[in-house]
Design a protein around this ligand. Structure first.
Ligand SMILES: [Mg+2]
Length: 270
């Protein structure tokens, strides 16, 4: 059986390949959420690649839409699209745009304009509850994204509604495009803030597949409340030259850098 490490390694490798396409990719934030996405698609989400519009499927929303390279790599890994299509990333006319498009199987909503994904997921969760469906909704947010006021509007709504079938995962890598989140607009005390909006809060190592799996397969964490996982991660995780560096946010890898990044990835994770 394919292990988590095998899958996450291939996802990171493909992220680097997409970073070497002419327009580059958001490498740092894609690498930081690679383990989270792998656990979600491998162990948690009830989805059917061969029937992507199955009505009772779980809805996954990549609210940090700029991390599309990681999402595409995972969708290819789990059979939503052919692996060869990854080579079209960012090209004119490709289904694999810099930010996700609805026309790609497995993408529920177009995202990338930050701050909207949690509202979309909350709507999907409420719709499932009202229609008696089994679907759950998951949204993956960046931590810099939490500075958008609309995130907290959605958090307030979900807490008020008691949407136990809604899960937010925060990729808490501590960095955003311009630097540290705490220097830009501080988020702490983050757990207390989510709790005050009526959410159940779990703090977890976002690179520990066992811990992620344990929490994400025991949902909701509390009856009648939405759950948020604050997942501690490292931006650029897996590639030493990018780890914890804000310069990894958006990169176009030259051939030489691509080779160097792949070499570093092998040294760290194999
Ligand atoms: Mg961040």
């Amino acid at each position: 059986m394919t292990t988590h490490d095998d899958v996450a390694y291939r996802v990171r490798e493909r992220v680097l390949d997409m970073g070497a396409t002419p327009n580059g990719a958001h490498i740092g934030g894609s690498l930081s959420c690679a383990d989270i996405l792998t656990v979600l698609y491998r162990d948690v989400l009830r989805v059917r690649p061969e029937q992507p519009e199955w009505p009772d499927r779980d809805r996954f929303v990549l609210s940090k839409g700029h991390a599309s390279a990681a999402l595409y790599a995972v969708l290819a890994e789990f059979g939503f699209l052919p692996e060869e299509e990854l080579a079209t990333y960012g090209a004119y006319g490709s289904r694999l745009a810099g930010h996700p498009l609805r026309r790609l199987p497995g993408v529920e909503f177009p995202t990338g304009s930050l701050g909207h994904g949690l509202s979309l997921a909350a709507g999907a969760a409420l719709a499932a509850r009202r229609t008696g469906g089994r679907a759950r909704a998951f949204a993956l947010l960046g931590d810099g994204e939490l500075q958008e006021g609309s995130v907290w509007e959605a958090a307030m709504f979900a807490g008020h509604q008691g949407l136990a079938n809604l899960v937010a995962i925060v990729d808490r890598n501590g960095l955003q495009i311009t630097g540290s989140t705490e220097e830009c607009v501080g988020l702490e005390p983050l757990a207390d803030r989510w709790r005050s909006f009526g959410w159940s809060v779990i703090q977890v190592d976002g690179h520990d597949p066992e811990a992620l799996r344990e929490h994400l397969t025991a949902l909701p964490a509390e009856r009648g409340r939405p759950t948020v996982l604050l997942a501690r991660t490292v931006k650029g995780k897996g590639v030493p030259m990018f780890e914890d560096k804000k310069k990894s946010h958006s990169v176009q890898l030259t051939r030489r850098l691509h080779k160097r990044a792949l070499f570093g990835l092998r040294k760290v994770t194999v």
